[in-house]
Design a protein around this ligand. Sequence first.
Ligand SMILES: O=P(O)(O)OC[C@H]1O[C@@H](O)[C@H](O)[C@@H](O)[C@@H]1O
Length: 249
Amino acid sequence: MLGLPDHIRAYLFDLDGVLTQTAKVHAAAWKAMFDDFLREEARRTGDDFVPFDPVEDYDRYVDGRPRLDGTRTFLASRSIKLPEGSEADPPGTRSVYGLSTTKNDLVLRLIREQGVQPYPGSVEYLHRLRVLGLPRAVVSSSANCRDVLKAAGIDGLFDVVIDGVTAKREGLPGKPAPDTYLAAAKALGTAPEHAAVFEDALAGVASGRAGGFGTVVGVNRTGQREALLKNGADLVVDDLSELIEGAAQ
Ligand SMILES: O=P(O)(O)OC[C@H]1O[C@@H](O)[C@H](O)[C@@H](O)[C@@H]1O
């Protein structure tokens, strides 16, 4: 249905970069936070300052993963060990929680200042699914998911939302593990092989593949078609409008 094989009966969407233009907001916030931190580390250790690459580092270590995992995975890529700290750590604390809180404060500020724009092709696709009575879920690692859906004006379009808050409450491992997508399929009463996953992140398509989903649609917003296919996408589109055009033929 709608550009996908007939056995697909449920539609599971990542949020940032698939439905809303917020992947770039996250990438900018990660870069600002890590560059401050890395500059300070270089001063402390006398090593060279090597900035966070908002494309390479973001795609490989951060994109799609829950916030704390993103911080941990990037630090590990630079062989930097920090204390975990705790939720009470104020922004600026030299700990995994402290850096993550700094990054979240930046994201929230950028979202407040710039608002949230949905991708028109995604909104159109969602409306068509709704008209056809096909079940839809959002599956996001973000703890800010519900606020972002609301700010984008698309919060009423889903039967189920599994986000960073749900995952924490229910102890679900984050992407690239398949658990959050599996929870969404279950909540919609659909077997994974009859559900499609829509993802722009490498960790996200990997979770679609790991969960045995019927189709994993890679959404290529940043020129990473090959990497999406390699990590788990069955097909790749630049925008969801391509699936609507395909369906109309
Ligand atoms: O920090 P949040 O809003 O809980 O989001 C966690 C992650 O959510 C993902 O959707 C984004 O791709 C990541 O960049 C982001 O870090």
